[in-house]
Every structure is written in C-alpha cells, then in structure tokens.
Design a protein around this ligand. Sequence first.
Ligand SMILES: [Zn+2]
Length: 232
Amino acid sequence: MQIIYFLFGAIIFLILVYIVLPSFYKKYIFHYPSKEFLNSGNICLTFDDGPDPKVTLEVLELLKSHGAIGTFFINGKSAERFPEIVKAIQKEGHIVGEHGYDHLNAWKVSPWQYWAELTTSKRILDECIGENEERYFRPAYGKVNLLTYLFMVRYKRKMILWNANSNDYKQITASEIVENVIRQHNAGCVVLMHDGCINYPEMGDVKIEAIQRILKHPRFSGKEFVAVDTTI
Ligand SMILES: [Zn+2]
C-alpha cells in the first residue's frame, strides 16, 4: 500500500514541477508587456504559424505600404518548405521568432518530443537566416512546461505572449477580427494574429482583409505599429 502512496506522491510532484509551477509563473509572475509599452498605446502586430506562401507575402506587402513593422513567430515545419519567405521577412526588416516545429502542445506530448520540437525549430531557423544569439519565442497555444524555460535559458530566448487576441484562427469575418482587436486596445497592445492557416486554409483572404483594415483604422491614428523588441 505504501508504494502506491509513494508513486502517487511522486506523480503529483512531477506534474507540479513540470507543468503547474512553470504555468503559474507565466500567468502570474512573468510581466509582459512592459509598462512603457502599455502607456505608449502602440500596436505590435504578431503573426504566428507561418510562413504561408500566399498570406505571408501579402502581409509583407501590406506592412511595407503602411511603414509598419511586424513580428513573425515561425512554424519550423513550414519554414522547411518555404525558407525563402522566412528570409524575405527578415530582409524586409521584420522580426523572426520561434514557435516550435510542429505546433505541439507542451502539456500533451512527452518531454523528449517537446524538446525535439523546440530544438528542431531552432536548427531550421539557424540554417535559414543564420544563428542568432538571442531570439524571441512564443510557445504554441501559449502553453509552457519546465522544458520551455530550460530551452529559453539555454538558448537565451525571450518569451513573447500577447494581450489582444484577434481570434483569427477561428472561422470568423474580417469585421469580427478587427472588432476583436479594437475592443482590446485600451493601452499598448500586442496583437495575436496568424499568417499561417493551420485549421482553416480558406481564411487567408479574410485575414489579409482584416490586417489591411487594422493598419488604416482611425482608432490607431497617431499610434505606431512597432516591433516586438519595444514591448519588453
Ligand atoms: Zn501557433
């Protein structure tokens, strides 16, 4: 009987250390974005899950025509297929960050699968745009575990979350996406958007339309569309 209690206790302890404490830290102790950024009222557009051969290239055109800077959290598997687009993102002066290789959820896969997810994505981006001493990182689904932090310490990654969710990964209209962003813009906002179309490939045009409207929305006149380095 005692061995059962011991095993039960050990499992609880491991879950606590591996998932609960890292998640608690992310939610309640890790402060992001910075006060200065919140006070600025500026907008930081972030695009996850790309590159996508259609959407990403159109987003780059839109950002260029509005003099805006974007931050792209790249899916390693897509970067393997479209390395030229990742290079183009960097060449245009935007920021390239890591987002894992295959969009695995840190809570739902084994530690070795998750470590491979992070390190493979790093290797692919290193090969694509050159090694970088420091890089920004956004965990898939915003989910973290102990390995997320070990990875960030080991490779000097800075975690970037968001405080405005456009919900553009759902099947919604461009107006709803814009409305979601406007509603959450009470201060400087880091907007979660997706140039990658993992769930609904047909949403590409809707996202482009929404980004276009956001970039010229009167709500943001006088504000800047800035890169992620100004938000920490
Ligand atoms: Zn994602």
